[in-house]
Design a protein around this ligand. Structure first.
Ligand code: FAD
Ligand code: NAD
Length: 466
């Protein structure tokens, strides 16, 4: 059987590409080396981390804010085993859902490692060594990414771990040292910080979540300090060792002084690397970049015209929804349509509490590009809804063009901003001005009023409630 499309990898990029291809009437197959579908995101990424973030936030609130709400609890304690089991159940519901979607869309699932034989043939090898060959007119590489590491760190996956192990610990660390103050470090650090662990973050740059607007990192750092986080910024890690249950991280500060931090777990979260191991891309003549990504043009097509690549394995942000957009884009391109992705408007979210959410240009990028802008800010401290829920940390910042008032960037840190950012994406997709949003009714009391108020602030500094 020759397929119209074979997708290699069943993460959010791959499974969405397969569904869209099937919707467009193409005979589609998906190849996945793991027994469950859904890739990093569903199995060891987005979904399990959010499940643990939700559980740990419940515990944190029960321990720290319930009393103020007038709810007294006795003998509160964490049942980590149950917390992890619930997380596993959430993962199962999601990965089973993908299996169902494959069936519903009549997509053939081939379980096994997919490797190129030539530009149209994929060999699928199962764990028991048995293999089959399938052929496709078009192939989509969606093999994702794996955690990156530093050359001198030996990951023992017991106490020196990556995000994958951090999602299934058997005990709450006493002191978790997080190497890398990016998204994974802040999210998984928060999980264990809320459950009572001391968390120390060692970050190379001068701020956490450094790719986002600088105000976001500064505000998040303040909130996480309240949770008991310590930050070692501008620190370069030079060594990690383990002796029994004790781990030691050695770093150099900005003056070149040696700093030693001792704990019982080290989470290495310094980024992820594109994953093409075992794919045998060279057999099809597919070029990789120096960084190991599959090289693609603006149509996400590789140097071999019937082979495309999407998601974490290609350039750009390593985000599930970016991978999904690319999956749809490639399926529609193969079907002869002319799709479009506006990469500037792919939002980024950090699911800490407060949540951080951003879309468009950061203030630093606007300065660098020499674009004249106005900034409007609104603190959640001034929001009635946030006071009611005791979530007053954070703010919304709107950046608008100085002469046209068009919204160029929106950066939010506060309660439920992960959901609120969608309004900013819609506004920017339709090229709204700050005043457009400022003149729209936002239900009261809601957190979304903070976006309207920040837009008012950007429009002639006329916020109403601050
Ligand atoms: P992946 O999801 O990595 O899927 C690739 C799949 O391909 C895997 O299942 C792999 O087994 C399979 N595969 C690889 N090679 C082969 C082969 N040769 N043959 C067969 N199968 C193969 N992103 C967000 O947007 N929001 C979040 O909240 C979020 N949270 C995250 C939390 C954590 C802890 C981590 C680690 C990541 C998180 N991400 C999040 C990032 C997100 O998981 C990735 O951006 C996303 O999964 C990328 O999708 P993908 O389809 O490109 O690849
Ligand atoms: P990241 O790129 O977000 O952060 C890595 C951090 O490590 C950076 O701040 C970097 O400066 C720092 N760093 C790098 N080398 C270092 C060193 N030697 N010493 C100290 N610090 C060092 O990477 P991540 O947190 O590992 O996440 C990986 C990917 O997964 C990201 O691209 C992210 O987009 C994705 N992800 C997304 C979400 C989400 O959308 N909510 C959640 C988790 C992961």
């Amino acid at each position: 059987m020759t397929y119209d499309v074979i997708v290699i990898g069943s993460g959010p990029g791959g499974y969405v590409a397969a569904i869209r291809a099937a919707q467009l009437g193409m005979k589609t197959a998906i190849v996945e080396k793991y027994p469950t579908l859904g890739g990093t995101c569903l199995n060891v990424g987005c979904i399990p981390s959010k499940a643990l973030l939700d559980s740990s936030e419940h515990y944190h609130n029960a321990a720290h804010t319930f009393e103020t709400h007038g709810i007294n609890l006795k003998d509160l304690k964490v049942n980590l085993k149950q917390m992890i089991a619930r997380k596993d159940d959430v993962v199962k519901q999601n990965v089973d859902g993908i299996q169902f979607l494959m069936k519903k869309n009549k997509i053939d699932v081939h379980q096994g490692l997919g490797s190129f034989v030539d530009k149209n043939t994929i060999k699928v090898t199962k764990d028991d060594g048995k293999s089959e060959e399938i052929t496709g007119k078009n192939i989509i590489i969606a093999t994702g990414s794996k955690p990156a590491n530093l050359p001198f760190i030996e990951l023992d996956k017991d106490r020196i771990i990556t995000s994958t192990e951090a999602l299934k610990l058997k005990e709450i660390p006493k002191h978790m040292i997080v190497i890398g103050g990016g998204v994974i470090g802040m999210e998984l650090g928060s999980v264990y910080g809320r459950l009572g662990a001391k968390v120390s973050v060692v970050e190379y740059m001068d701020g956490i979540i450094p790719t986002m607007d600088k105000t976001m990192g500064k505000e998040l750092q303040k909130s996480l300090k309240k949770l008991g986080f310590d930050f070692y910024l501008k620190h370069k890690v030079t060594g990690v060792t383990k002796k029994g249950k004790e781990v030691t991280v050695v770093a150099e500060d900005s003056k070149g002084e040696k700093v030693e931090i001792k704990g019982d777990y080290v989470l290495v979260s310094i980024g992820r690397r594109p994953y093409t191991d075992g794919l045998n891309a060279e057999a099809a003549g597919v070029k990789l970049t120096e960084r190991g990504q599959v090289e693609v043009n603006d149509h996400l097509q590789t140097n071999v015209s019937n082979i495309y690549a999407i998601g974490d394995v290609v350039k750009g942000a390593m985000l599930a929804h970016k991978a999904e957009e690319e999956g749809v884009f490639v399926a529609e391109t193969i079907a002869g349509q002319k799709p479009h992705i506006n990469y500037l408007l792919i939002p980024g979210v950090v699911y800490t509490w407060p949540e951080v959410a951003s879309v468009g240009y950061t203030e630093e990028q606007l300065k660098e590009k020499g674009i004249k802008y106005k900034a409007g800010k609104f603190p959640f401290m001034a929001s009635g809804r946030a006071r009611a829920s005791m979530d007053t940390d954070g703010l919304v910042k709107v950046l608008a063009d100085a002469s046209t008032d068009e919204i160029l960037g929106v950066h939010m840190i506060g309660p439920r901003t992960a959901d609120m950012i969608a309004e900013a994406v819609v506004a920017m997709e339709y090229r709204a001005s700050a005043e457009d949003i400022a003149r729209m009714s936002h239900a009261h009391p809601t957190y979304t009023e903070a976006f309207k108020e920040a837009c008012l602030a950007a429009t002639d500094n006329r916020a109403l409630h601050v």
